[in-house]
Design a protein around this ligand. Structure first.
Ligand SMILES: Cc1cc2nc3c(=O)[nH]c(=O)nc-3n(C[C@H](O)[C@H](O)[C@H](O)COP(=O)(O)OP(=O)(O)OC[C@H]3O[C@@H](n4cnc5c(N)ncnc54)[C@H](O)[C@@H]3O)c2cc1C
Ligand code: FES
Length: 639
């Protein structure tokens, strides 16, 4: 859950490309022929006439009505029916996520361990609470060219939910990911399952009208219902729990916000009431809003369960497969870094930020970093619920049982998140942000014990507060994207699975227009303009001096920007101090200068959020290619 209310933070805007935009881009949209004009045409060979095009229920959102919410057979409805395929799962090997190093259990305030040069960081060097308490199925790399019905790129919650639901519809699905299952932001979430949307329903009403706000609430409720039903149908052991969510006022903020939100959330159909305080143990929050029927789960165990179900249903999942080229078709074709191809009738790009879209979507959303800490508290000291304050950026809080790890004694892990900032535009040492989160926690919960984990991750904030799910703008009809999750990626990713499944199968879906990636929301013009400025500002970095004068000035285990004539170099020195990696600082997406992220040991692009390992390997889009090595780093040495 994130702190970015675009109505208060500003907006997402168009970034003007400078330099040579084609230099690093390897996106190709060559048509490769075919007689079919859309995914639904292509898939019409299947008999889906029996699938009633029924939308979600009109039942009050958030009321105890998970079955009432499912009428008809649209995937947008929850169902607890058993899967259609053989229940005997294939034999699988499991792995724990190989992301970065492990933040040590230790006394409060202890510094994280130094970066392990041998580790392959996925989203950075830190590890979330989930990474050490789940195993995901290990998957092979792609050895052959394949042909399938639907190719899904991205094995996070959006990609795997889509793959799961399509597999249940008897479609052949191939999932490709350049890391392990859940190695992206889904492994770094805090996994609140919330229909209480963080941009506020009164703000959504302003942007999308009362009906739009109602549909948004309905879709998030249906997503939680859908997760619940998948957990039940597949028997996934992921601690899924229904619980309340509480919104309370931060110091210095007005309680009027609660009144406005109470009325708007009720109009949107949510079960919500005003209460004297949230049940946060010793911390008296003052008046709060209670939202019913929210949820939480262990995100990686859920993904592991989805993956098993996909494989059992005949779907295929491949790891370590970096997709570099996208041909729209129809049929679509993706090409991997190793030259393998997957040809499909429809393509779903679920890479968190769409790597097949060079500019359009990146003018409508902005990448933010957000931070989380997991701190021991005595079991049951704080009621199990979701908690959010009205600060900007706001704090988001939940509990997780520590029953699965080796800690003696009964403890809960209090997971507190917040401290968001535009990626690559943190105004201070990013590590300070965990310190501030910890301080915030200890001031309110004196019983808080040792810090168990600290991590950060990335979210895409849409200018008009809703995700972009559907057909990729300016692309062929059989290419779909899911992005703009903000702090609601668990539910938005699940909505993506339901909505894209309907679109691929040619079924109407009542949320299609609301989430249409081609939409322009006129009432969000101020937000667009504000974030536009933040996206364009970093291009001025080409005119500034370097951070240090010489490679010799780069400290061990750190990266620094060095000016060398007209060039800027991104130089990293390994922790032992002996090895130096010298790269062009030019982001291959649209040419911004990357920034060093000392907390995650990554190069982060301040324009649209691409991220790179210390050796320049691309970790996050929209860039598809690595930072270029610079052949003569000695040029930047002190003479
Ligand atoms: C600290 C934090 C807290 C959060 N808290 C919440 C919360 O409480 N509730 C909530 O709902 N949401 C929350 N979110 C947001 C949520 O976690 C994300 O929005 C969500 O996980 C995104 O899922 P995804 O499937 O879209 O992307 P990801 O999980 O990032 O999956 C995308 C996948 O695509 C792969 N990929 C990318 N490029 C390529 C390529 N070229 N070739 C092949 N594969 C590629 C990646 O390896 C990755 O595995 C939080 C996020 C963070 C970071
Ligand atoms: S210039 Fe767009 S992500 Fe770097």
């Amino acid at each position: 859950m994130l702190a970015i209310r675009t109505g208060r933070h500003g907006a997402v805007g168009v970034t003007t490309p400078i330099g040579d935009p084609g230099r690093g881009g390897s996106i190709s949209r060559r048509s490769i022929g075919g007689e079919v004009s859309s995914a639904s045409d292509m898939l019409s060979v299947y008999d889906y006439s029996a699938l009633a095009a029924s939308g979600p229920s009109e039942a009050p959102c958030g009321a105890s009505r998970s079955q009432a919410a499912c009428r008809g057979r649209s995937p947008s409805c929850s169902t607890t029916s058993a899967p259609q395929w053989s229940p005997s799962p294939p034999a699988l090997e499991y792995l724990t996520l190989p992301a970065g190093d492990k933040t040590p259990a230790g006394p409060p305030g202890a510094a994280p361990e130094s970066y392990d040069e041998d580790m392959e960081p996925e989203g950075g060097r830190t590890r979330s609470t989930w990474m050490d308490s789940a195993e995901v199925p290990g998957r092979p790399s792609l050895a052959d060219d394949l042909t399938t019905d639907v190719c899904v790129v991205g094995a996070g919650i959006a990609g795997l939910t889509t793959a799961y639901l399509l597999t249940r519809e008897a479609r052949k699905v191939v999932v490709l990911d350049d890391g392990p299952i859940g190695g992206g932001e889904t492994g770094r979430t805090t996994a609140h399952l919330a229909s209480a949307l963080d941009d506020r329903f009164y703000h959504l009403e302003h942007l999308h009208g009362e009906e739009g706000a109602r549909l948004a609430a309905q879709s998030h409720c249906a997503a939680i219902d859908r997760i619940e039903s998948i957990v039940a149908a597949e028997g996934i052991d992921c601690d899924f729990t229904r619980l309340d969510g509480y919104l309370f006022v931060a110091p210095g903020e007005s309680a009027d916000e609660l009144d406005r939100e109470l009325e708007a959330a009720r109009r949107a159909g949510l079960e919500v009431e005003s209460v004297a305080r949230a049940p946060m143990g010793s911390f008296d929050t003052g008046r709060a809003l209670r939202f019913g029927r929210q949820g939480q789960f262990h995100p990686l165990r859920y993904l592991a369960g989805l993956a098993r179900a996909i494989l059992a249903g005949g779907g295929q999942i491949y790891s370590g497969v970096h997709v570099e080229e996208f041909e729209s078709g129809p049929p679509t074709r993706v090409k991997t870094a190793t030259g393998r191809q997957v040809t499909a009738r429809a393509l779903v790009v679920a890479t968190n930020t769409p790597v097949n879209d060079r500019v359009v979507i990146h003018t409508k959303q902005a990448a933010y970093r957000t931070y989380a800490v997991g701190i021991e508290v005595p079991a049951a000291a704080i009621a199990r619920a979701l908690y959010w304050d009205t600060a900007d950026p706001y704090h988001y809080v939940r509990l997780q049982s520590s029953k699965d790890d080796a800690t003696p004694g009964a403890t809960d892990i209090l997971i507190v998140g917040g401290e968001d900032h535009r990626t690559g535009q943190g105004d201070d040492d990013t590590g300070e942000r965990w310190t501030r989160l910890e301080r915030w926690t200890r001031e309110r919960f004196p019983m808080a014990g040792a810090v168990r984990s600290r991590w950060s991750g990335q979210v895409e904030e849409p200018a008009d507060s809703l995700a972009f799910i559907g057909r990729n703008p300016l692309d062929k009809d059989n290419v779909f994207i899911a992005t703009g999750d903000s702090g609601h990626g668990m539910t938005h990713g699940t909505i993506a699975g339901m909505l894209i499944t309907d679109l691929v199968l040619g079924r109407p879906n009542p949320w299609a227009q609301l989430y249409d990636p081609s939409r322009r929301t006129l009432r969000a013009a101020a937000e667009y303009a504000s974030e536009l400025a933040k996206s364009n500002l970093p291009f001025g970095e080409w005119l500034t001096p370097g951070e240090v004068d010489s490679i010799d000035d780069v400290p061990p285990g750190e990266g620094r920007i060095i000016r060398h004539g007209l060039q800027k170099l991104a130089v990293y020195r390994d922790a032992a101090g002996g090895k130096v990696v010298s790269l062009s600082a030019r982001c291959p997406h649209l040419g911004c200068v990357v920034e060093w992220n000392g907390s995650e040991k990554t190069w982060d692009c301040p324009c649209h959020g691409s991220r790179y390992a210390p050796d320049g390997r691309v970790l996050n889009g929209p860039a598809l290619s690595d930072l270029s090595p610079v052949a003569q780093p000695e040029l930047a040495r002190r003479q």
